[in-house]
Write a protein that binds this ligand. Sequence first.
Ligand code: 6PG
Length: 261
Amino acid sequence: MAESLIDLRVFADGAELARAAAEEFTRRAGEAIDARERCAVALSGGSTPRRLFALLADPAQPLRDRIEWRSIHFFWGDERHVPPDHPESNFRMAREALLDAVPVPAQNIHRIRGEEPDAARAAALYEDELRGFFSGAPRFDLVLLGLGADAHTASLFPGTEAVRERERWVVAPWVEKLRTFRITLTPAVLNRAAAVIFLVEGEEKAAALRAVLEGEQEGKREGGRDPDRWPAQVIRPESGEVLWLVDGAAARGLENRFNRS
Ligand code: 6PG
């Protein structure tokens, strides 16, 4: 990946990372609302964003009151094939850590219907939702993404066709290693975003981060770019920026060639 595209910021720990992410969220949401009177955000799932959500929701923190919650529309980058009250639901995590605590109108919350028995139908319904919200091509103001230890992001897993999807906006890949379907936005949507922020925390992500950013695994340069193997490499917004917010443990394996701050 051409280094000039990468803005990588390394923080001492997860708390500092979450604080920086909360500042970025607040600033970018404000800018989008100033420009377009609304902000469309796609949230990531998993555990890493929980601390960010809690910071944004915390009434004792200054950021909460700086955000025009009524003008933000919340979407998800992906969802597990489970009901919204299931412990593994990405929607549930965001609801409990953030949405229940801030004044977001119910009609601004656009969740993926993971409870749909037919995951492909859940994907089709979500594509309809996006088509209803965006006039023309979907352009999120901000997309939050995580990184799995296998270099997956959203639910774009290694070796799945979803990584190569360029037409459909939402698909429901079967993820063999998890023995389940997932519902995920595709690169066709993610790469139209104005800004993508990756949140990556923990030593267990170091090898994947190095592979994604340097195309290197086990110290051997592996030809740099292989999204089928390292799906997060497929995230290259056409006219948007990518920001990597990572902690020191995850950045441990990186050579220092990036725009580190
Ligand atoms: C999901 C996510 C997924 C996540 C990574 C990292 O539904 O699981 O959207 O892409 O971001 O798996 O997960 P952690 O933050 O839990 O390490």
